[in-house]
Design a binder for this molecule. Sequence first.
Ligand code: HEC
Length: 161
Amino acid sequence: MQAEIDTSADGVWNAVETISTQAGIEEHQPRTPEEWVAARSAAITLVEATNLLVIDGRRVGAKEFPAEADGALDSVHIQDLVDARRPAFNGFAAALREAGSRAIAAIDAKDPVALVRAGGEIDAVCEACHLTFWYPGQVIPAFPAANDPRRPIFRAGTSAK
Ligand code: HEC
């Protein structure tokens, strides 16, 4: 996940970004042939990495690891879930492969808008698989109530800093 899927997905997402700074909004997209090649390499690595996800009998981790947060599972429970629901896990891997393939098509067409769309689809698949197999009990903190001192203050015309 970390070394191949996450790194390659970042390569696809970072190729087309909108950065908002005090100087204004900066749109970033591949412009030089080298930048398009870099984005393409990342998308291909992502698609190829999905083949590793579906290898039968491959363990979730080389070593056991604890749950990372409230609502997340430890490696033993993740492995049990993956073993019990292999077809669903492989289905997410296939969906990631398809979204990644659309990113490659967008890159080949040098179409930044389609690349942003494919990036959104990739993100949705990551999240769906994680919600099913990694942190099914995810705890989302409630937005602080009006009288809660942690509540951010929003004023018209100013940004919340
Ligand atoms: C087929 C299911 C599946 C898909 C699709 C998937 N993941 Fe994961 N991911 C997992 C599982 C299960 C874990 C928890 C086990 C682990 O840490 O490897 C995980 C863990 C991770 C981690 C934590 C790794 C660590 O070492 O702590 C990162 C980062 C991550 N995924 C990123 C992504 C990104 C980015 C995508 C989409 C581009 C993605 N994943 C798509 C199943 C998936």
